[in-house]
Write a protein that binds this ligand. Structure first.
Ligand code: PLP
Length: 487
């Protein structure tokens, strides 16, 4: 069957299935024709020219395909499946919630499960945060964070209505809706929509030691330089016009698991405080345990004013994301208008909350954060030992069970491959073939020439030493074979 074939990295238009006009007109009258057509699909897939692998089921770290093959899921999609696939405890928690309340509008109602999840999330910040909004995706969480920041400045006792700007970072990704896309500095993802994007967002350099730190520049000097750049951007915009600085504690999809150097976030927060602006941390990808602490900022010696979370909140069992908001912002709103002017049909969805609550319970009960730290050490050591001398591996970096391998055409100059070479996608696709049977998550350069191709390795938190060995060994073989074939 055609859907067993792999997506083609350099696709030519898929030839339309040959049918007579009569057949076509007859078939088009049948309801559901395209859905049943083995040659085509009614899904608006991400790529209209690729064929997609059809999954039958998942269990723990494995995904199973229609042809009986299995794949070790070394990335959990985009670092989502944090407790693996098919956990019956989450299914049971969701089913139990369905028997209670399957849906309610948050305009009039709340549920035990929504209250419990948010209470637990606040407790996980040791009271640093005040309240939580639960939404359905990371992009929604980022949109809400932006609007909360704006409403804070409007409603605080000494209202500052001039604050409308945001400072984000280059080579970043914060979501795909127009507001969150505007925040991101991912050139390729923005390009087609540029004229529709918000104009009140500017960007400074990310903290990216591999490419941004001078050879003779120590961490302290690098941080000081980045803090000065941020300060200058505040000055350029007029500090009284800036709502917030927005960054990911460990950069995920845009750069491939890049942590900042020590002291960076502390210095950035100081600049924000100097200018009375908020710090918004996007933990949609790196948060909820992925880096070894429940919140990535817990390793940075800072507390954000607003924090978004997503993927590992519900581990993929339901679409769920959230925004954690500190006391300062909540107090301004409660003493101001008394309401956040924002609402989604599916916010605080009870079944999604039940799934997330159970996933978080499993992380805690099964001591999975400890396992993230232990297995993360094995993973990083294994990747570095087996891959760092490969001439096309430029840098291996990450934290916890969140590791990125960046590929270069030349190690000494750090020259990346041109975007059109599709190196990261090519490696990910080769990985899915029978010889390897591994899923890694690809990301291709945000700007040609700067920041190249990477793949993300982010296995579930309950992975084992044997699985790590399998993952590292398979990736080594995959990378060796991919570049050998390219020669
Ligand atoms: N922020 C970050 C850091 C992300 O990695 C993503 C998604 O990859 C988003 C926001 C958007 O999340 P979603 O795809 O759930 O809308």
């Amino acid at each position: 069957a055609r859907h067993h074939q792999l997506p083609n990295p350099h696709p030519s238009p898929t030839p339309s299935p040959s049918r007579t006009q009569e057949e076509q007109s007859q078939n088009s009258k049948k309801p559901g024709y395209f859905a049943m057509d083995s040659e085509g699909s009614a899904v608006l897939h991400r790529n209209l020219q690729h064929q997609f692998l059809r999954l039958t089921h998942g269990s723990k770290s494995r995904l199973f395909l229609e042809d009986g093959r299995s794949i070790i899921d070394a990335s959990g999609g985009a670092a989502v499946a944090c407790i693996g696939h098919g956990d019956a405890r989450v299914r049971d928690a969701m089913a139990a919630q369905l028997d209670k309340v399957s849906y309610c509008s948050t305009m009039f109602y709340t549920t035990d499960v929504y209250e419990q999840l948010c209470k637990q999330l606040i407790q996980s910040t040791h009271g640093q945060m005040s309240k939580v909004l639960i939404v359905s995706s990371g992009s929604e969480a980022m949109e809400a964070a932006m609007k909360l920041a704006r409403q804070y400045f409007l409603e605080k006792p000494d209202s500052e209505p001039k604050r409308v700007n945001f400072i984000a970072r280059h080579l970043s990704y914060h979501g795909t809706t127009l507001g969150s896309l505007s925040m991101g500095g991912h050139v390729f993802r923005r390009a087609k929509f540029e004229p529709m994007l918000l104009k009140n967002i500017s960007r400074v350099s990310p903290c990216f030691a591999y490419r941004g730190q001078g050879q003779d520049e120590n961490d302290e000097a690098y941080v000081a330089r980045l803090a000065e750049e941020l300060d200058k951007e505040f000055q350029r915009l007029g500090p009284e016009t800036v709502c917030a600085f927005v960054a990911e504690p460990v950069v995920g999809a845009a750069l491939g698991c890049v942590p900042s150097v020590p002291g960076y976030f502390k210095a950035m927060k100081q600049v924000c405080e100097k200018h009375g602006a908020l710090l918004i941390l996007d933990e949609v990808m790196c948060g909820m345990g992925r880096t070894g602490t429940l919140h990535a900022w817990q390793q940075e010696d800072v507390v954000p004013d607003i924090q978004t979370m997503g993927k590992c909140l519900g581990g993929g069992y339901q679409p769920i994301a959230g925004v954690l908001v500190n006391h300062k912002v909540i107090d301004a709103l409660s003493q101001g208008s008394g309401a956040f002017v924002h609402g989604h049909t599916y916010q605080g969805h009870p079944v999604a909350c039940a799934a997330a609550l159970e996933v978080q319970k499993i992380i805690s009960q099964d001591h999975l954060l400890e396992n993230v730290r232990e297995m993360g050490k094995l993973l990083s050591e294994g990747l570095i030992r087996r891959l760092s001398s490969h001439p096309n591996v430029g840098n291996i970096r990450g934290r916890g069970l969140f590791w990125g391998i960046e590929f270069v055409s030349e190690q000494s100059t750090k020259k990346s491959f041109p975007n059109k070479a599709g190196v990261a996608m090519g490696i990910a696709e080769l990985g899915l073939t029978e010889s390897y049977g591994i899923a890694v998550y690809p990301g291709t350069g945000t700007v040609d020439g700067i920041s190249g191709d990477h793949v993300i390795v982010s296995p579930p938190y309950n992975t084992t030493a044997d699985e790590i060995e399998e993952i590292v060994g398979t990736i080594e073989r995959l990378v060796n074979d991919y570049f050998k074939e390219k020669k």
